[in-house]
Design a protein around this ligand. Structure first.
Ligand code: NAD
Length: 293
C-alpha cells in the first residue's frame, strides 16, 4: 500500500512556521519581509502563478508587490526596472515571471538580477554556488522536492535516484542536489536522447519525473516499492468538472501509485512546495539584507 507525499498539508505546516517567525521578528521591531514579482504581458498561466505567489506571501505576513509591464516593453526598459529593484533596500528578493515575450532575451534579464535578491536561484552566480555546494539560493521546485523527501524522512543515502528531464529549473538542479552530501543518492539523469529509458527507470529507488508529457510514466517503468515524485502539471479538459478541466501529471497515477512506497499526488504534491521554497528563499534574503542571524 502506497503513502502520499502530501505537499498540500506539508505546505500549510511550513507556512505556519514561517508566519510565526515573521510575527516574532515584527514583535522585535523588524519590518516585514518584502517579495516582489515582475510580470510582462498577459500570459494566463503566468498571471495565475504570480497571483498564487502573492496570496502565499500575504498568508505568511510578507509584503508583496507586483510590477506589471505591457507585452510591448523593451528589453532596455525591463533592464532598467530590474536595476531599480536591485537598488531598492526595502525589497529583499524578487522574481521575474517566465516566459518573457519573444523579443526579450531571458538570459540577459536573469543575468541582470542581483544574486543577493535572486530568490528563484536562476542567476549564473547562484547556480554556480549551488553546484560548488556553497550557500546559494536554490531554484524553488528542486528545493521543494528536497523538502518533501527530508520532511517525510525518506531514506536517500546510497539509493539509486533516476531523474527524467534535464531542464535548468527542475531536472538538472535536483539531480545535483540529490547527489550531494546529505542526500547521498547515486543519480542517473535521463533526457530525450536517453536509450533504454524504461530499463533505467525500473532500477530507480527514487524516480523523479520532470518531462512535461502527460501521463508519460506507466506501470512498466516503475519498480515495486519505488518513491515516485511527479513534477508535471497539465491542465486537460474534463466536462464532468465544474471548472471544465482537471490537472494531471507526467505519471499515470491510476496504474503507477499501487506499485509505489511513496508517491506525490498531482495536484497537491510538488506544486505547493515550490511556492514554499520561494517564501523560504525570501526569508533568507530578508535576514541577509537586515543582518538578522
Ligand atoms: P522542460 O520542457 O524544460 O524539460 C523537459 C525535459 O524532459 C527535457 O530535458 C527533455 O530532455 C526531457 N524529455 C522530453 N521528452 C523526453 C522523453 N521522451 N524521454 C526522456 N526525457 C524526455 O520542462 P520543465 O520546465 O522541467 O517542466 C517539466 C514539467 O514539470 C512540466 O509539466 C511543467 O509544467 C512541470 N513543472 C512543475 C512545477 C511545479 O511547481 N510542480 C515547476 C516547474 C515545472
Amino acid at each position: 500500500m502506497f503513502e502520499l507525499l502530501d505537499g498540500k498539508t506539508l505546505s500549510i505546516q511550513i507556512k505556519n512556521e514561517i508566519a510565526t517567525e515573521v510575527r516574532n521578528l515584527m514583535a522585535d521591531g523588524y519590518r516585514t519581509p518584502h517579495l516582489a514579482a515582475v510580470i510582462v504581458g498577459n500570459d494566463g498561466a503566468s498571471q495565475t502563478y504570480v497571483a498564487n505567489k502573492e496570496k502565499s506571501s500575504h498568508e505568511v505576513g510578507f509584503t508583496s508587490s507586483v510590477y506589471r509591464y505591457p507585452e510591448s516593453t523593451s528589453e532596455k526598459d525591463l533592464l532598467e526596472a530590474i536595476e531599480f529593484l536591485n537598488n531598492d533596500p526595502e525589497i529583499d528578493g524578487f522574481i521575474v515571471q517566465l516566459p518573457l515575450p519573444k523579443h526579450i532575451n531571458e538570459q540577459h534579464i536573469i543575468d541582470a538580477i542581483s544574486p543577493d535578491k535572486d530568490v528563484d536561484g536562476f542567476t549564473a552566480i547562484n547556480v554556480g554556488r549551488m553546484v560548488l555546494g556553497e550557500d546559494a539560493f536554490v531554484p524553488a521546485t528542486p528545493m521543494g522536492i528536497c523538502t518533501l523527501l527530508k520532511r517525510y524522512g525518506i531514506e536517500t543515502c546510497g539509493k539509486h535516484c533516476v531523474v527524467i528531464g534535464r531542464s535548468n529549473i527542475v531536472g538538472t538542479p535536483v539531480a545535483n542536489l540529490l547527489s550531494r552530501k546529505g542526500f547521498d543518492c547515486t543519480v542517473t539523469l535521463c533526457h530525450s536522447r536517453t536509450k533504454n529509458l524504461a530499463e533505467l527507470t525500473r532500477s530507480a529507488d527514487i524516480l523523479i519525473v520532470a518531462i512535461g508529457k502527460p501521463e508519460f510514466v506507466t506501470a512498466e517503468m516503475v519498480k515495486e516499492g519505488a518513491v515516485v515524485i511527479d513534477v508535471g502539471i497539465h491542465r486537460i479538459p474534463d466536462e464532468s468538472r465544474k471548472s471544465g478541466y482537471r490537472i494531471i501529471g507526467d505519471v499515470k497515477h491510476d496504474e503507477v501509485d499501487k506499485l509505489c512506497s511513496w508517491v506525490t499526488p498531482v495536484p497537491g504534491g510538488v506544486g505547493p512546495l515550490t511556492i514554499i521554497s520561494l517564501l523560504e528563499n525570501t526569508m533568507k534574503a530578508y535576514k541577509k539584507n537586515l543582518n538578522i542571524k
